[in-house]
Design a protein around this ligand. Structure first.
Ligand SMILES: NC(=O)c1ccc[n+]([C@@H]2O[C@H](COP(=O)([O-])OP(=O)(O)OC[C@H]3O[C@@H](n4cnc5c(N)ncnc54)[C@H](OP(=O)(O)O)[C@@H]3O)[C@@H](O)[C@H]2O)c1
Length: 330
């Protein structure tokens, strides 16, 4: 299938292109940009070794040449483009946040902006395959989950029936903030430091609560994210008052047949999932309390890789076809 990546110069766009280049059934027909139009991919992303020129984001041209488009744009910028692409019959995978939340009030609460048009929110399918299954065959718009949200939803879903409260301490690498350096997220400011941000108010709490509520689970989530002085990865430490054997039994039950999820005893290193689509969980306990550790690569399972996993499922192809299943750490 011929596909397009819009936002090709960004961290997530570049990662989607890298995965497409390794996928046996996908061909990158167009790489689109904004301020980088006219540059070669090899200029903005040397590691791709690809001289393809970044094109203007023209929906009519995309519709003429491509079956599907992966959008990796800043929050709040994709609605008009998505509306046009869907109208023109292009299958859209949006990796931003614009279509993740179903309730416009939640969009205001977590993003302080107006929601995308309701008819688009209504057709958008939010998919974490291990919890929701893949998109329906005739889905027109797929809302890909956030990176923290993916790890958190997968780490909390098995706790249904065991606890209604979870404390989540999270860390993320600097690539989670995108290619543009800004105060607070610039790597050179964080590489010799460490800080919490958005304590108890991070926007991903919204989509995690939504996907858990769809399963009938509405826990109180106390989430405190931190800026890790590393480039890639997400590590969560989830603390709950629940029996560890019961917790492990629920994880085993829910994820027994899930190829990408592995369960381990004790703490686990963030590095083990870097470069791969895998999700690893570790377990520890003391005196009736259980600690669950969760690690993923924010750019892969937390974004590009999960988008292609969903795409594979929607097309009826093998779920992990073309995707990296082994890590590259150290
Ligand atoms: N980074 C992660 O770990 C991660 C994980 C999950 C989801 N996401 C989501 O993926 C999206 C992209 O993230 P990123 O980290 O790749 O960001 P990024 O590195 O800043 O890239 C943003 C891209 O969007 C393009 N762009 C910027 N302003 C635009 C506009 N007004 N109209 C059209 N295109 C515009 C830029 O193109 P030009 O350079 O050509 O201007 C650039 O290619 C975000 O919504 C983010 O939340 C990111």
């Amino acid at each position: 299938m011929k596909v397009c990546v819009v936002g090709a110069s960004g961290f997530m766009g570049g990662e989607v292109i890298r995965l497409i280049s390794m996928h046996p059934r996908l061909e990158l027909e167009m790489a689109c940009g904004h301020s980088t139009v006219g540059k070669k991919l090899s200029e903005v992303r040397p590691g791709l070794f690809w001289d393809k020129v970044i094109e203007d984001t023209d929906p009519a041209e995309i519709a003429k040449r491509c079956d599907a488009a992966f959008l990796t744009l800043p929050h709040g910028t994709s609605a008009a483009l998505v509306e046009e692409l869907v109208r023109l019959g292009v299958l859209v995978y949006d990796l931003g946040s614009d279509f993740r939340l179903k309730d416009p009030a939640d969009v205001q609460r977590f993003y302080k902006r107006d929601a995308a048009p309701q008819q688009l929110l209504d057709i958008a399918e939010y998919r974490i395959p291990e919890l929701t299954g893949g998109p329906r065959r005739d889905a027109k718009l797929v809302a890909c989950p956030g990176c923290f949200a993916t790890a958190m939803a997968l780490g909390l879903a098995p706790l249904q029936g065991l606890t209604n409260e979870a404390q989540v301490f999270g860390v993320t690498g600097s690539s989670g903030s995108g290619i543009k350096p800004a105060p607070g997220v610039h790597h050179s400011l964080r590489s010799t430091s460490f800080t919490a941000y958005k304590p108890l108010s991070h926007q991903h709490i919204g989509e995690v609560s939504q996907v858990l509520a769809e399963r009938g689970y509405t826990p109180q989530i106390d989430f405190i994210p931190h800026s890790l002085p590393a480039v890639r990865g997400i590590h969560l430490t989830i603390l709950v008052e629940a029996d560890v054997d019961a917790v492990k039994a629920r994880f085993n039950e829910l994820y027994a047949d899930k190829e990408l999820i592995s369960l381990h005893d004790g703490p686990i290193p963030l590095g083990m999932t870097i470069g791969s689509l895998r999700v690893a969980f570790g377990f520890a306990s003391q005196g009736g309390k259980t600690v669950i550790f969760a690690v993923i690569d924010n750019l892969l399972k937390g974004g590009s890789g999960q988008a292609i996993q969903n795409f594979n499922l929607q097309q009826g192809w093998p779920e992990t076809e073309g995707l990296p299943l082994t890590g590259m750490w150290p």
